[in-house]
Every structure is written in structure tokens, then in C-alpha cells.
Design a protein around this ligand. Structure first.
Ligand code: TMP
Ligand code: MG
Length: 238
């Protein structure tokens, strides 16, 4: 049971496409619910959910591809529309900002929030296309900062073997390789102490292993936060 004086923990799961983020987020939700920890799953952007997943209680939140901005993102990802690289970057960020208030309220009400992708994906995918890393970071500065980000690391080759690759715009091995390089840079910066700690803790998890092994590894990092967090939310990079 959570401590009533504490706020909920803000946990982000990041990684390449097919790294197992959504599977692990769903497993983690179940585990937290089993421990009587109130939890809400948030997805950026919302996704084309499988029916059983979409019906699950975890998606009581707005699936964010359904907001006006979310619909523009969805159409871009399905290659049904074209947008300038800067424009789509700002839309992804705006999608986070439009949900930031409700996310903060949920946390302050004592509910743990598990976020499937966040600002780190925004930077990694856009910077991998050649946009400046600093420029990519700017629009997300001062969003609510996660307490913990779990980066599910997998090679693009292994991710591709998992199937379903190629349906969306970025699901190409070469793109994923470049995205992984930017994630690696972010991970180094956030673990080297070269920045202030307003981005929260960053843990890299080897996601190339079996689902249950990865889930157990993730749980060891989540457990200390499950009863809630003391102190206010930080603001990203500020
Ligand atoms: P999804 O596969 O998790 O639904 O995400 C869809 C794609 O959107 C994925 O290839 C990563 C990309 N993306 C960005 O380019 N910028 C962002 O800010 C986010 C959240 C995702
Ligand atoms: Mg995807």
C-alpha cells in the first residue's frame, strides 16, 4: 500500500521500437495493482492498441493519438501526411504538454504513473534525423521530470527479429541504429553527473533477454519507488 503522505512515482520506460516497452509496462502495471499500488499507464503518443490491451483498465487515460495533436502525429507516423522535421518534433512535445497538468495531478493524488515513452524519445528520434540535439531538447524543458527512466536496450537486429517492423515511419533498422546512438549519448550524460539531476535517475536494462527475466530486473528498480515518493516533482532540465 502507498504511504498517504507521499506522491506517486513517475516512471518512464524508453527504448527502440520493438524493445518490449509496452509488454513490460503492462506487466509492471499488473504487478503494481497486485501490490495495491494505484497506477496509471500513459502512452506518448497513444498507440494503435490491440483490442485486449485497449480494453484493459490501464488505458483508462486518454490514448493520446486521439487528441487533435495526437491525430496529426498518428497520420504522420503512418505516412499518410508529410510534415517538416521541426514541426513534427514540436507536435510530439505539444502532445506531452497538453497532458502535463493531468499527469501532475494524478501523481500528486498518490497514483504512480508509468509512461510508455516520453521526452527522451522525442530527442532521440528527431536528433537522429540531423536536428540539433540542443534544439530538440528545448521544447521539453520544464515538463514534469520522471523519478526514474528505464531504458530498455536492444540491438536493432534483435528488435527486427521480433516482427511487426516496417509498419510505421521510423521502423527501419538503419533509423533505429541512429536513434540508439542518441539514446546512448543521453544515457551517458544522465549517468555521468555532468548535468544536474532534474532528469531523474536513468537505468539501462538489457532488453534482449526473455520477457520474464527483463520484468524481474525492472521490478528490482521499481520496488523502492512503489510506496510513493517524498518531495515535489522536478522539472526536466531546469
Ligand atoms: P510507439 O511505437 O511507441 O507508438 O511510438 C511511435 C513512434 O513515435 C516511435 O517510432 C517513436 C516516435 N516518437 C517520436 O519520434 N517522438 C516522440 O516524442 C515520441 C513520444 C515518439
Ligand atoms: Mg512503434
Amino acid at each position: 500500500m502507498p504511504d498517504s503522505k507521499k506522491r506517486g512515482a513517475f516512471i518512464v520506460i524508453e527504448g527502440l521500437d520493438r524493445s518490449g516497452k509496452s509488454t513490460q509496462a503492462a506487466k509492471l502495471c499488473e504487478r503494481l495493482e497486485h501490490e495495491d499500488i494505484p497506477v496509471k499507464l500513459q502512452k506518448f503518443p497513444g498507440t494503435c492498441l490491440s483490442l485486449s490491451y485497449a480494453k484493459s483498465t490501464y488505458f483508462a487515460s486518454v490514448p493520446d493519438r486521439t487528441t487533435t495533436i495526437g491525430k496529426m502525429i498518428d497520420s504522420y507516423l503512418r505516412s499518410e501526411s508529410e510534415l517538416d522535421d521541426h514541426t513534427i518534433h514540436l507536435l510530439f512535445s505539444a502532445n506531452r504538454w497538453e497532458l502535463a497538468n493531468s499527469l501532475e495531478k494524478t501523481l500528486n493524488a498518490g497514483t504512480t504513473v508509468l509512461c510508455d515513452r516520453y521526452a527522451f524519445s522525442g530527442i532521440a528520434f528527431s536528433a537522429s534525423k540531423g536536428l540539433s540535439y540542443e534544439w530538440c531538447r528545448a521544447p521539453d524543458v520544464s515538463l514534469p521530470a520522471p523519478d526514474l527512466t528505464l531504458f530498455l536496450d536492444i540491438t536493432p537486429e534483435k528488435a527486427k527479429e521480433r516482427g511487426g517492423y516496417g509498419e510505421e515511419r521510423y521502423e527501419k533498422e538503419e533509423t533505429q541504429r541512429r536513434v540508439r546512438q542518441v539514446f546512448a549519448r543521453m544515457g551517458e550524460e544522465m549517468t555521468s553527473g555532468s548535468q544536474d539531476s532534474s532528469h531523474g535517475q536513468w537505468i539501462t536494462v538489457d532488453a534482449g533477454r526473455g520477457v520474464d527475466i527483463v520484468a524481474e530486473d525492472i521490478w528490482t528498480h521499481i520496488r523502492p519507488l512503489a510506496s510513493g515518493v517524498s518531495g515535489p516533482l522536478n522539472r526536466l532540465w531546469s
